[in-house]
Every structure is written in structure tokens, then in C-alpha cells.
Design a protein around this ligand. Structure first.
Ligand code: S6P
Length: 566
């Protein structure tokens, strides 16, 4: 298995530090997460991570544009946009800064767009990611009537067509828009594959952005933070880096406009995130215990429930929403709840609880829907502001939970420490909640990733059983088959298509169909990639591969058995 070869995308590469993550003990697992998360700050290979001089310079330039919007919110707007996790973080940041502005009597001027709309905040909607036109429409809708719009298009892989459409639209309308691309690949590795029903690739848009950047009319913020712990799972490191960069830009803009007397140091502010990272991972035993307990729950068909207060609830709902697309989990396996539910969410489309139980997200919904069903196989994690109290539910007493064990993880740095990092009390008072959120993200990501690894969902550091539900995932699936079988790309793709169309012989029509058609057929189907892999390894009919997979539900076991035979 080749690691990063310098040619492919960094965000889709395998991280050498985690190649044995699937067989690591929980403590080793935590230390692997730690080493990889530290790369966000310290850099990876020749890349310098978040503290690169050019990154700090772009942060300052984007901060200035954001400040111009904050000074004149009736004409200006900040739009944050993305797909999947990137769209969820766009929502969360827009909400966070609007709340801050409103609390201080200032007109809110942040909006978000997410591919697939607000449903995508809770459940993955992967196919809208491939549509540049729906990105453009969403941007036009939220920015109508404004004449100074800062768009930050977030796509970790420099790949999402939804975002490409928006950036391109801004480039055509530079009199109104300042486009910013936020992602984590060098620009030369931006996606250069055709976007269906469109005449540009992502790379073409990046080239046009570079030209506008030279005139200070567009910006590209793309620090390289190294490959993800689970290959391609950009919800983890890239998501964390997205959150840090957005918050740094807007906190800095906010301070420059509303507290111009306070001296601001971008690098010191980001360093506080690095310290909270160290603080979270300085509790390896507690984290390992959380992961072990969560893994036991999932292995035994129990569930993981996060209940959290305030914005920590949003962090945990986002973590839970990522488990189905990342690990093929069911919507019930990991769920998040926030006190006050949709009243607190303040999302554009309002209360979505009518869409079904997986959209019922308040703590009252938890009490009504989940509490009566809890068994000692379930794991309930409560995140409480200021500290994290973690409860293992074993006994239900009336409407209350009695914990079998408490595990405490601090969710913030001591006030003294933040003050010394941030420089003064104003900074601490204004922004300390952001550090609790990021700590909560690291803990949730460790719990949900570790639990799924313990359940046998990951082979080496690759989630083999991915759902083939958009263009990026189609190409990732071909890449996985290529890597494990060492077959050339076209043959690897044929095995994938045979699995998708459930046939041992592809018709000319099937082979010639557009990728979007393959995706449409593949999306509702389970175990597409494992089936293609087995067919290729065993040179057997598709039906036989399906039979083997139906007898052994743990994909990791099947794949490792077959590979060990080679
Ligand atoms: C990743 C997550 C996906 C991505 C989405 C956008 O862990 O499952 O939903 O966030 O595909 O990716 P990108 O590269 O455009 O930010």
C-alpha cells in the first residue's frame, strides 16, 4: 500500500502514522490521533501547517474584508459555504458570530449555504455536492440585495463542484463579491476531473482565483495539515483546521472593529488552540476509556448518545451526523441532542423535527424518545460547559440516569492559562467558548472514530465499506480497489461497476454511462466496494462475493482474511 507519493491529493492520502490504527489498543489509538492532530499546527513533511507565514498573511487580508462588512452590515454580508462537514462548520460559524453580534446589539451579517439545505446539517446529502448550479442558486438567494459580499467557499479537498460554482460566480461578479477558497491541498493538487454538466474543473477555477488574487480581489487559504487519521475523513483534521481558521479570521475582524484598543496577535490566538489540543490529549487514559466503552456499546448493538448544553450540543450533533456517511453506521448508532433543540439551532429552515425521529434533537426529545429505551449497552455522554461529565448508563431510575462510572475530561484551559496565551482579559471573556468547542470536537471525533474501529469498520486506516454516493466517493472507491488489488485504474473501475450493476459482464451502455448514473445506481446499495474487492481478489462471480459478505458482516475480517491469503 503506497502512502502519499507527492502526486495525489494530500487530503485523500493515507497518513503513515495511522497505518495500523485498526489493530491499535485504545491507548495507542489516542496517541496516533494526537500525533496526527499536532500536524495541524506543526506541519507535515515540508509543509508548515497553520503557522506558515503565507497563511498568516492571507488570514490578515481576509480579516480586513470581513471587518469592512462588520462596519457596514446593511450593505455587506459574509457567506460561509460548503458540503458535508464543511457546510456544517459554515453553519456553526455563521450562527456563532451572528449570536455574538446580536448579543451586542449589532446587526447580524453572516449567512451560510450547505449543499442539500438544512437537512444536510443532520443527515448526509452527498449528491448535491456535485452540482455547481445549486451552489450558485443558493449563493444568489442569500446574497440578494447586498453589495459587499465576502464568500468563503470551504472544500477541504479543493474539489466540491457546489463550491466551485459559487467561486466561479463570484469571479464573474467581482464588483460585489470577494471570493475566498478555504481548503487543505496545495493548489496544484486541486481536482482536475471533469465536473458533469459544467465546462470547468475545480483546478480551472483555482487558476482564475489566482489571477484575481494577484490583484487582491480574491484569496486562497490552503495550509497543508497532512492526511487524515482515517483516509479521506476530512471531518477530522481538516474540519478542525477549518474551524480554527474561520474563528481566527472573524474573531480578529470583530476585535479590530469593536475593540480596536486591544492588541491582537493572530499567531498567539491560534496557539491557544494548539495548547487546548495538548490539554485534551494529556488525558489519554480518560479518552481511551471513553473509546473502549463506546466501542463496546456499538459492538453489542448498543448506541452512543451525546447530550450537550449550548454550542457543545452543535459540535456533538455534527459529530453524530458524520457517522453514517463515514462508517456506514445507521442513523440510530450515534445521536446528538442539544438543550432547546431547534430554538437553539437558529438554522435557516427552522424546525425540521417533522422530518422524522432523527431530526428530533432537543434534550426533551431525548427524555421522551430515548430515555425509556436505554439499556446498559448504551453509552450516554453528557457535555457540560466548563467540564465534561461522561456518564455510562447502566440503571435507569425513574426519568433519571444513574451512571455506572464517571469519566471527567476538561473542556477548557484554566482561565489563567488562556489569559496568558491570549494576552488579556477581554480576549479571554470574548472567546473562551471557542476553545471548549474545539476540545469537545476532539473528544467526540475520538469517541466516534474509535468506536467504529473497534466495531471492525476500518481496514488499516481505510474505511473500505464507503457508500458510493457522489463523484468524490466514486473516485475514492476506484482508488481503494486500485490500491489493494494493484490493478490498473481502468480494471479497478470495471470491478467497481460490476459490483454496482450486479453483473459479471458489463454492457457497453453501462460502461459508457456518465459517473452520475453510476452513482445513482450505487447510492442505495450496501457493501459495493467490499464486493468489488472480493470479486477481484478471488476472481469469482459477483454472486459468490455477495454470499461471502452476507456470512461475515465485519468487513475488516473479510478483507484482512482475503489479503492475508495473497
Ligand atoms: C468528510 C465528510 C464529507 C465531507 C464533504 C465535503 O469526513 O464525510 O461529508 O465533509 O464531502 O468535502 P470537502 O472536501 O469539499 O470539504
Amino acid at each position: 500500500m503506497s502512502a502519499y507519493d507527492g502526486r495525489g491529493s494530500v487530503t485523500e492520502a493515507s497518513n503513515q502514522m495511522t497505518e495500523n490504527i485498526d489493530v491499535a489498543s485504545p491507548l495507542e489509538f489516542i496517541s496516533m490521533l494526537k500525533v496526527c492532530d499536532e500536524e495541524i499546527f506543526s506541519g507535515w513533511k515540508e509543509y508548515k501547517g497553520l503557522f506558515h507565514d503565507s497563511t498568516l498573511a492571507v488570514i490578515d487580508r481576509v480579516r480586513n474584508v470581513a471587518a469592512s462588512v462588520l462596519k457596514d452590515p446593511s450593505n455587506g454580508l459574509v457567506v460561509l459555504s460548503g458540503c458535508g462537514t464543511s457546510g456544517r462548520l459554515a453553519y456553526m460559524t455563521a450562527r456563532s458570530f451572528n449570536s455574538k453580534l446580536s448579543a451586542n446589539g449589532i446587526e447580524p451579517c453572516f449567512r451560510y449555504t450547505i449543499a442539500g439545505g438544512d437537512k444536510a446539517l443532520f443527515t448526509s446529502q452527498e449528491s448535491p455536492e456535485d452540482d455547481p448550479y445549486s451552489g450558485i442558486k443558493a449563493l444568489q438567494r442569500v446574497s440578494a440585495g447586498k453589495c459587499n459580499v465576502l464568500l468563503i467557499g470551504i472544500t477541504c479537498g479543493l474539489s466540491a463542484p457546489f463550491v466551485a460554482g459559487q467561486l466561479d460566480y463570484c469571479l464573474q461578479n467581482l464588483n460585489i463579491f470577494t471570493p475566498v477558497l478555504l481548503g487543505f491541498n496545495p493548489t496544484c493538487l486541486a481536482r482536475n476531473l471533469p465536473i458533469e454538466r459544467w465546462n470547468k474543473t475545480f483546478l480551472k477555477v483555482v487558476e482564475a482565483l489566482k489571477i484575481a488574487q494577484a490583484e487582491n480581489r480574491a484569496h486562497i487559504l490552503n495550509p497543508v495539515v497532512g492526511p487524515e487519521q482515517i483516509t479521506g475523513s476530512s471531518r477530522m483534521k481538516s474540519g478542525t483546521a477549518t474551524k480554527i481558521l474561520l474563528e481566527t479570521i472573524f474573531a480578529s475582524a470583530y476585535m479590530s472593529v469593536f475593540h480596536p484598543d486591544v492588541v491582537w496577535h493572530t499567531d498567539r490566538f491560534m496557539n491557544a488552540y494548539s495548547n487546548i489540543c495538548g490539554c485534551v490529549y494529556s488525558h489519554p487514559d480518560a479518552l481511551a476509556e471513553l473509546v473502549t466503552t463506546a466501542g463496546e456499546s456499538l459492538k453489542n448493538r448498543g448506541h452512543i448518545y451525546y447530550i450537550a448544553w449550548d454550542t457543545l450540543g452543535l459540535v456533538s450533533i455534527i459529530d453524530a451526523s458524520e457517522c453514517p456517511p463515514t462508517y456506514g453506521a445507521s442513523l440510530d448508532d450515534v445521536r446528538g441532542f442539544v438543550e432547546d433543540g431547534f430554538t437553539f439551532m437558529q438554522n435557516d429552515e427552522g424546525n425540521l423535527s417533522g422530518l422524522g425521529k432523527h431530526f428530533r434533537i432537543s434534550s426533551d426529545d431525548f427524555t421522551r424518545d430515548v430515555l425509556p429505551t436505554l439499556t446498559d449497552l448504551d453509552f450516554v455522554i453528557a457535555y457540560i460547559k466548563g467540564k465534561s461529565e461522561v456518564l455510562r448508563s447502566t440503571v435507569r431510575v425513574g426519568p433519571a440516569l444513574r451512571p455506572s462510572a464517571d469519566i471527567y475530561m476538561p473542556l477548557c484551559l484554566p482561565e489563567q492559562e488562556i489569559r496568558s496565551l491570549c494576552g488579556n482579559t477581554v480576549l479571554w471573556k470574548e472567546w473562551s467558548y471557542l476553545f471548549s468547542e474545539i476540545a469537545c470536537k476532539w473528544i467526540c471525533n475520538a469517541v466516534s472514530t474509535g468506536a467504529h474501529i473497534l466495531k471492525g469498520k476500518v481496514y488499516r486506516n481505510i474505511m473500505v465499506d464507503l457508500r458510493v454516493s457522489n463523484n468524490k466517493l466514486f473516485h475514492r472507491a476506484v482508488g481503494i480497489i486500485e490500491r489493494f488489488t494493484q490493478l490498473p485504474k481502468n480494471q479497478a473501475q470495471s470491478f467497481l461497476l460490476m459490483s454496482i450493476y450486479n453483473t459479471d459482464r458489463l454492457t457497453n451502455e453501462q460502461e459508457a454511462s456518465a459517473i452520475a448514473s453510476h452513482i445513482e445506481v450505487a447510492t442505495p446499495q450496501e457493501k459495493i466496494v467490499p464486493c468489488a474487492l472480493l470479486t477481484a481478489f478471488l476472481e469469482c462471480p459477483i454472486a459468490e462475493a455477495k454470499q461471502i459478505l452476507s456470512e461475515e458482516p465485519v468487513i475488516r475480517t473479510v478483507v484482512s482474511k482475503i489479503l492475508e491469503r495473497q
